[in-house]
Design a protein around this ligand. Structure first.
Ligand code: NAD
Length: 300
């Protein structure tokens, strides 16, 4: 049994922390939302009133926060993790943030005497509840080895990607593939509609041909061919277009900093930005099909 602090008890953090409790660990939770802390206490967690109180006795500290600035502040800020964590504590950030901040916070952790891992996840709230997340982990091998049993409690697939920041790099590269492929599949269905090609027939062909991909066969953006996809429930998320836009912007920032050429990634970011600014942000990201084909998802 490990003594764990979990900071950020939102849509993802709360079910992840609950799975750690169910596995028999002693978990102390903190969130700036008192409601989130109260719900966590109802689920058997120990409630803390501050970051300092949550982390002071923890062997492992998890964070699951909205974005880079929140992570930077929680670790480096006054009253934050570096000021209050016990010597030898292992720090693990599971938030999705930019590579530059992940590397800067990890370097600062090293200077403060802590080992740190960046460990963003995919699998969404459903995977967080079910304990089937995929963890993409960056950081030193020894730290990874000691955290692996805890990742196995919350996830099904765990990959050590390399040094600090490579977990975040894997996350944004994967989601850039996803954003681009969803637009590609959506454009194909929109074109098929105009050409009088039945959607199911296109699915039957492409799901067995070279156009096959996850966006088509698991998360099909038109209603019908894949009954579990959000297209069959008026594009209720799932994974919102706003979150896809966040990840595409992180990829764009990383490409700018590293000099990588990502013309389709940039185009995908621009298109999701349009979709979001025109009211599609809370729609599932596969609602981009409806946007491209001139239909309006009901939630917009
Ligand atoms: P969320 O907004 O539901 O939860 C974030 C929580 O952090 C909130 O409860 C907020 O009050 C809390 N918080 C903010 N600042 C804090 C601080 N200083 N100290 C303590 N708590 C603080 O977001 P979420 O959906 O749980 O996502 C969390 C992270 O996971 C994000 O980086 C997101 O991109 C990533 N992610 C989300 C999904 C998803 O499907 N929701 C999937 C994969 C990755």
């Amino acid at each position: 049994m490990a003594t764990i602090a979990f900071l950020g008890l939102g849509n993802m953090g709360a079910p992840m922390a609950r799975n750690l409790i169910k596995a028999g660990h002693q978990v102390t939770g903190y969130d700036i939302s008192e409601k989130a802390v109260a719900a966590f206490a109802d689920a058997g967690g120990r409630a803390a009133g501050s970051i300092g109180e949550a982390v002071k006795a923890a062997e492992i500290v998890f964070t699951m926060l909205p974005a880079g600035p929140h992570v930077d502040e929680a670790y480096r800020g006054a009253g934050g993790i570096f000021e209050n964590a016990a010597a030898g504590a292992l720090l693990i950030d599971c938030s999705t943030i930019d590579v530059a901040t992940a590397r800067a916070v990890s370097a600062a952790a090293g200077e403060a005497g802590f080992a740190m891992l960046d460990a963003p996840v995919s699998g969404g709230t459903v995977g967080a509840e079910a304990g089937t997340l995929t963890f993409m982990v960056g950081g030193e091998a020894a730290a990874y080895a000691s955290a692996e049993p805890l990742f196995a409690v919350m996830g099904k697939t765990v990959v050590h990607c390399g040094d600090a920041g490579t977990g975040q790099a894997a996350k944004m590269c994967n989601n850039m593939i996803l954003g681009i492929s969803m637009i590609g599949v959506s454009e194909a269905f929109a074109l098929a509609d105009r050409l009088g090609l039945d959607r199911q027939k296109l699915f039957d062909v492409s799901s067995k041909s070279s156009g096959q991909c996850w966006s088509l066969t698991t998360y099909c953006p038109v209603p019908g061919p894949v009954p579990t996809s959000p297209a069959n429930r008026d594009y209720r998320p799932g994974f919102s277009a706003a979150m896809m836009l966040k990840d595409l912007k992180l990829a764009q920032a990383a490409a700018n900093q590293s000099g990588a050429s990502i013309p389709l990634g940039s185009g995908a970011a621009a298109l999701y930005n349009l979709f979001c600014t025109q009211g599609g942000g809370d729609t599932d990201f596969s609602g981009i099909f409806a946007y491209l084909s001139g239909q309006v998802p009901k939630q917009m």
